[in-house]
Design a binder for this molecule. Structure first.
Ligand code: UDP
Ligand code: MG
Length: 168
């Protein structure tokens, strides 16, 4: 179906370490989608486990959590973005390529830059949501409504008296 969608894209720690950010953004710009949000995130164990909760029973789960937290690459961050526009989810997945970098089309991002580690983990450089439900869950997990420049999902106002860090 061709309608405006949002999708979560992460440049994973291997992508950052291999200095691929510019290349990946250039590839993604071919889609003509809009960047609706972007930030660099230091990924906590909780965020990592929640993001990959559907894989918690897999034998590679512990390694995957270390991977997305940057512990395998000494790069403890990811670049998180929301891309927005017509058919965004499939367009980005198409550019990303298959999960297994050896099976991914060779000109795709994962096919070009991914690898399989000697421990069997797919280091595939980027994450991209696979469907609308997953995209909504993931975007709400990684971003608050004020960090996204389009109104994607319903919001509410919560009154909170919290201490927060401001510029001194
Ligand atoms: N992964 C892996 N081995 C597998 C399946 C997945 O190492 O057999 C890793 C890989 O980094 C992948 C991530 O776990 O990107 C999430 O898996 P998922 O099945 O959601 O694939 P994706 O949606 O990222 O293509
Ligand atoms: Mg997935």
């Amino acid at each position: 179906m061709k309608h405006a969608q949002a999708t979560l894209v992460l440049v994973k720690p291997d992508g950052l370490k291999k200095s691929l950010t510019g290349n990946i953004l250039t590839r993604l710009s071919e889609t003509k989608l809009e960047i609706a949000a972007a930030k660099v995130v230091k990924v906590s164990k909780e965020l990592a486990e929640e993001h990959y909760c559907h894989l918690k029973d897999k034998p590679f789960f512990a390694e995957l959590i270390k991977y997305i937290q940057g512990e395998l690459h000494n790069r403890k961050k990811v670049l998180a973005m929301v891309y927005w526009g017509n058919d965004a989810i499939d367009k980005v997945r198409q550019l990303a390529g298959a999960t297994n970098p050896e099976e991914a089309e060779s000109t795709s991002i994962r096919g070009s830059f991914g690898r399989i580690t000697t421990r069997g983990l797919y280091e595939n450089v980027i994450h991209a949501s696979t469907n609308e439900n997953e995209a909504e869950r993931e975007i709400k997990l990684w971003f608050g409504p004020d960090e996204i420049i389009v109104d994607l999902y319903p919001t509410e106002i919560k009154e909170e008296k919290l201490k927060r860090k401001v510029w001194a």
